[in-house]
Design a protein. Structure first.
Length: 230
């Protein structure tokens, strides 16, 4: 009878253990089912998000294209010469390219033995006549190799576009000084712009010779004239 009681007790424990195992298995299956359902919902949400993003991107692209087209049409209809494509391009290049702060000094005394100290002194003499000094000059250098039959121009990189504009606007003051005769300032032009400038200079000289009673000069990319005050 004692062994029967032990067997009965052991059998009850086994049954309880098996019941708990089955319960755990059912709970595990339920958790797996819930996980699968959650994954399905997540996939659906991701698809909805992608669809919405694609729709929004398409809407933004469509709006941007319409605005760009509208702006281009207005620009084409209403722009005058000041906003011609070439002038717009030059304005953008001037703002972004370092040429925008450069000036070129032509006709300044040159010699083979010149060093940087000599060059700086000569530049300073020119700038003083325009009420400026070397403080606004960040870099300076001669352009090209020395030749006895040629005076090399000097490139100045200035601290700002406003200083460049000021010097170019006051360059006519150099004519008052004998040692500055033949010296003149110009913007730092691109090769294409220099080619245009050369052709304009040739045209200006030809017109001066043909009509000595008039004064011709270059302005805004053209040779223009005014009657001499003499």
């Amino acid at each position: 009878s004692g062994s029967s009681g032990i067997n009965a007790e052991y059998g009850a424990e086994v049954e309880e253990h098996e019941r708990r195992v089955l319960q755990c298995q059912e709970e595990l299956i339920g958790a797996q089912r819930s996980l699968v359902e959650a994954q399905d919902r997540l996939v659906k949400l991701q698809c909805q998000l992608l669809d919405r993003r694609d729709t929004e991107i398409s809407a933004v692209q469509s709006t941007a294209q319409k605005e760009i087209k509208s702006f281009a049409e207005v620009l084409q209809k209403n722009c005058d010469k000041a906003l011609a494509p070439r002038r717009v391009r030059r304005a953008i290049e001037s703002a972004t390219d370092e040429r925008g702060t450069n000036i070129i000094v032509h006709g300044m005394i040159d010699d083979e033995e010149e060093d940087q100290k000599d060059l700086e002194s000569r530049i300073h003499e020119i700038l003083v006549q325009l009420d400026e000094g070397m403080d606004g000059v960040k870099e300076f250098s001669r352009l090209g190799r020395y030749r006895e039959d040629n005076t090399r121009p000097v490139k100045l990189r200035l601290s700002s576009c406003s200083l460049r504009d000021k010097l170019l606007a006051s360059k006519s003051q150099l004519k008052q000084w004998n040692f500055c005769k033949g010296v003149y300032l110009s913007p730092d032009l691109t090769p294409e712009e220099r080619d245009v400038r050369r052709r304009l200079v040739v045209e200006m000289k030809a017109r001066r010779e043909a009509e000595p009673g008039k004064v011709f000069f270059i302005r805004s990319g053209k040779v223009v004239e005014r009657y001499s005050s003499e």
